[in-house]
Design a protein around this ligand. Structure first.
Ligand code: GLU
Length: 255
């Protein structure tokens, strides 16, 4: 299977912005194992800004553009250093691709990015993508990595997109506010009722939230790709997801 996996900042870092070492080590181990089993893996990783915040000792995520960009420049480096180190332990080679909205919109640049991505997969490398936060200003921003992951899944014609987040999946109500909220394990069609279940963005270091995830599901489902939202707290959940066992919320692609 060709699988695109997106990890959010809340999965990779503690709320301080510092690396969640146990979690990231486990994630790299599971992804390496899935690759060893013959799957092709593309990782879309957030965390550049969050880790930059931690590494620069900032008290909170900056709100101004140069502040965010400076944090991303530091954090992206840190992120790739860690991925390179951990995946190398399992003899996997990582590659970094940083994109902006104009790389997707411009036909020539999109083609260049596709060619690179496909060649990396042929070469057995593990592509790791993020938005190029150091230059993506409002006009050219993709905006969030749920959307980026959906674009990538579509363009590599993935079999599956997995969004790992700090929530177990889509609930019938906000689980933080309503104790009766139930996890929805399978969504066959993204109806207006389903869209209405998206609340606000929950984490203080990342962007996105349920709304961007549901839009990502709409996009890939229309292209015939299944998408799963699951909790990244225990990366072992990826084994169940890849086997098709119930885990998180699975949005079924149109066949
Ligand atoms: N590109 C951002 C980062 O790496 C994250 C965007 C997102 O969380 O969706 O910090």
């Amino acid at each position: 299977m060709r699988i695109v996996i997106k990890v959010g900042t809340s999965t990779l870092a503690h709320s301080t912005g510092m690396l969640n070492i146990r979690r990231v080590e486990q994630l790299c181990k599971v992804l390496s194992d899935l690759k060893n089993a013959g799957n092709e893996i593309v990782l879309v990783s957030s965390g550049a800004i969050g880790m930059g915040v931690g590494k620069l000792g900032m008290r909170e995520r900056p709100t101004d553009m140069p502040g965010k960009q400076a944090a991303a420049a530091v954090g992206q480096c840190e992120l790739m250093y860690i991925y390179d180190k951990l995946f190398s332990e399992y003899h996997h080679t990582v590659a970094q691709l940083l994109l902006t909205g104009s790389d997707i919109e411009n036909e020539q640049r999109r083609k260049n990015f596709h060619n690179t991505l496909f060649r990396l997969l042929e070469l057995g490398a593990l592509p790791i993508l993020n938005e190029n936060d150091t230059i993506a200003t409002e006009e050219i921003v993709i905006g969030d990595n749920d959307t980026l992951a959906a674009i990538v899944a579509e363009s590599v014609r993935a079999d599956l997109l997995v969004l790992l987040s700090d929530i177990d999946g889509l609930y019938t109500a906000d689980p933080h506010a309503d104790t009766d909220a139930k996890l929805i394990s399978r969504v066959e069609a993204i109806t207006p009722e389903i869209l209405a279940l998206a609340g606000e963005s929950g984490s203080c270091l990342g962007t996105g939230g349920m709304a961007t995830k549901l839009r990502a599901a709409q996009r890939v489902n229309a292209a015939g790709i299944d998408m799963v939202i699951a909790n990244g707290a225990d990366p072992d959940i990826l084994y169940q997801i890849v086997e098709g066992a119930p885990a998180g919320t699975r949005f079924i692609g149109r066949r």
